[in-house]
Design a protein around this ligand. Structure first.
Ligand SMILES: Cc1ncc(COP(=O)(O)O)c(C=O)c1O
Length: 337
């Protein structure tokens, strides 16, 4: 086999929209995974990781003062790197436990909905681990049609699902919007910076225009590797190698959640993502203070407040350590309580 470093084309710039073979590979994946047809020429574009797509889509469509509907707690880039850096106005959609961490669309004022230009939505969700039903996704699409806003469906955890749960895409209900996904979580390739955006041609063209003035495409050899990985999909189900590493996270989830609950916490097992979102287990419910306590014993977690004000009272664990280390963390947590 020839080493990829010896192939001259791998040294070239890639177009910021990505190579044709990559976009074709993504289109094929959408067909197999979701039974959706996208034109690789016009309806798919490459991004240097989902984060770049999340931020640059706002550059393409948000003008000063435009309203952007942002989930809170949420991936901080929606409010900050995307909306505020474009001089847009984030409108916070609280994600509350009593609503299964889904935004309550009915409480958003009609005036805001009429003015909103764009909504970020992310299920399976970071940081809450929540999932969205098809009924909910259909309802959001109905709202977008009534009030005419773009939905950016940020779906990087689509394959990071447990217990036979298969995550849907919002694009199943309308291809008037876009979805962002990436190889970061799907193939555990966070450092390789390769993602894609699929959906409505007008929105994709807007993103491509902006990107052509900002970056060049993800390295060609990485696009080749990701395309090869996507080829392993033969149905909507995960291929074996993806299944096998997701299983590792599922076991870690079980050990951590069972362990926390043995300590008296009330923590639920998420159906997706590698995050455990749980209430601060004391009366004060100050996520930063509790995080500091755990950091003092060498257990690193993220305070809920880091994901916005509606994250206060919660903390997030990431299942990125081995079972042995998780068991050790549980012992240290027990001492702190
Ligand atoms: C909700 C969400 N969106 C987007 C991203 C960006 O991922 P990447 O840029 O690695 O594709 C992340 C990463 O943690 C995330 O949690």
């Amino acid at each position: 086999m020839i080493s990829q470093s010896k192939i001259p084309e791998n040294q070239n710039y890639s177009s910021s929209m990505g190579e044709g073979f990559f976009r074709e590979g993504v289109a094929r994946w959408y067909k197999i995974r979701y039974n959706l047809d996208f034109n690789a020429e016009t309806e798919i574009t490459n991004v240097c990781g989902g984060k770049e797509g999340v931020a640059n889509i706002a550059r393409a469509f948000i003008n000063s003062g435009d309203i952007v509907l942002c989930p809170n707690p949420g991936y901080p880039v929606y409010e900050n790197g995307a909306t505020k850096l474009c001089d847009g106005k984030p409108y916070i959609m609280p994600l509350k436990k009593e609503n299964d961490f889904l935004p309550d669309l009915e409480i958003i004022e009609t005036d805001i909905l009429k003015k909103a230009k764009l909504m970020y939505l992310n299920y399976p969700n970071n940081p809450t681990g929540a999932i969205a039903s098809k009924d909910f996704l259909k309802k959001v699409v109905d709202y977008s049609e009534d009030y005419n806003f773009i939905i950016v469906y940020d779906n990087p955890y689509s394959e990071f699902t447990f217990d036979d749960y298969i995550a849907p895409t919002l694009l199943e209900f309308s291809t008037n919007h876009i979805e962002i996904n990436s190889a970061s979580k799907l193939f555990c390739m966070t450092g390789f910076r390769c993602g894609w955006v699929a959906g409505n041609e007008y929105i994709i063209q807007g993103l491509r225009k902006i990107k052509s003035q900002i970056d060049s495409g993800c390295p060609i050899f990485i696009q080749k590797a990701v395309t090869r990985g996507l080829e392993e999909y033969k149905s909507e189900k995960k291929p074996e190698f993806v299944k096998s590493f997701v299983k590792i996270y599922e076991k870690r989830r079980d050990v951590l959640v069972n362990g926390l609950n043995k300590l008296g916490w009330k923590t639920e097992k998420p159906k997706a993502t590698f995050y455990i979102w749980t209430e601060v287990p004391d009366d004060i419910k100050n996520s930063m203070e509790f995080t500091k306590k755990l950091i003092n014993v060498g257990v690193i977690i993220t305070p809920g407040i880091g994901f916005g004000k509606y994250g206060e009272g919660y903390i997030r664990f990431a299942l990125t350590q081995s079972i042995e280390r998780i068991e050790e963390a549980l012992q240290r947590i027990e001492k702190v309580l």
